[in-house]
Ligand binder design. Structure first.
Ligand code: URA
Length: 186
């Protein structure tokens, strides 16, 4: 199978009308960061700020996520950040399975092109899609799974931390563990 470059995948995604979200989006939110990243984060879907800017994790949840990156010493520019869905679901509702099915090849293309060694799912929705359908975020956050050429785990979605600050200690622990694992690669 031919491996597409990240730019090829991006240009295919840019005018996508595979699902109805293509009609309601302002911008495709393809992904940002280092095209050779060892670590990739995958969220759920763009929210309002992301839809308006075309950049993932720039709203309130993104700002909180940035604080965790800084706290554990990970540079946002060194990693790659993307979502399961590249277009915003209206009113930020959960992605529909058929939307994920239509969109997932773009993420597969991103992973094939970037070849990260570690993937971290931000939240339950990404974990259920990328790790296993019955993933339980409360008991399995921070647990590493081996998949193909990379290790994968999930942490709480930053929006969940905004709703329930009690989860913040677990998030810091998981992020420190991710940084330690990243350092082991060097
Ligand atoms: N939530 C997500 O899952 N992704 C974003 O890009 C922003 C908020």
């Amino acid at each position: 199978m031919e491996t597409k470059t990240l730019m090829q995948v991006k240009s295919e995604c840019e005018n996508c009308q595979r699902c109805p979200l293509g009609q309601t989006r302002t911008n495709v939110v393809f992904g940002v960061g280092n095209p050779n990243a060892e670590l990739m984060f995958v969220g759920e879907a763009p929210g309002e700020k992301e839809d308006l800017s075309g950049i993932p994790f720039v709203g309130a949840a993104g700002k909180l996520f940035d604080k965790y990156l800084t706290a554990v010493g990970i540079e946002r520019d060194d990693v790659y950040i993307a979502n399961i869905l590249k277009c915003r679901p209206p009113k930020n509702r959960d992605p529909k399975p058929e939307e994920e099915d239509m969109c997932i090849d773009y993420l597969r293309g991103q992973v094939r092109a970037i070849k990260p060694k570690m993937i971290v799912c931000l939240g339950r929705i990404a974990a259920m899609r990328l790790i296993k359908p019955d993933f339980k975020i409360t008991s399995e956050h921070g647990v590493w799974f081996k998949k193909g050429n990379f290790d994968i785990c999930a942490v709480y979605h930053p929006s969940a931390l905004l709703r329930d600050p009690h989860k913040k200690d677990d998030m810091l622990k998981d992020m420190l563990d991710i940084k330690a694992k990243l350092d082991e690669l060097q």
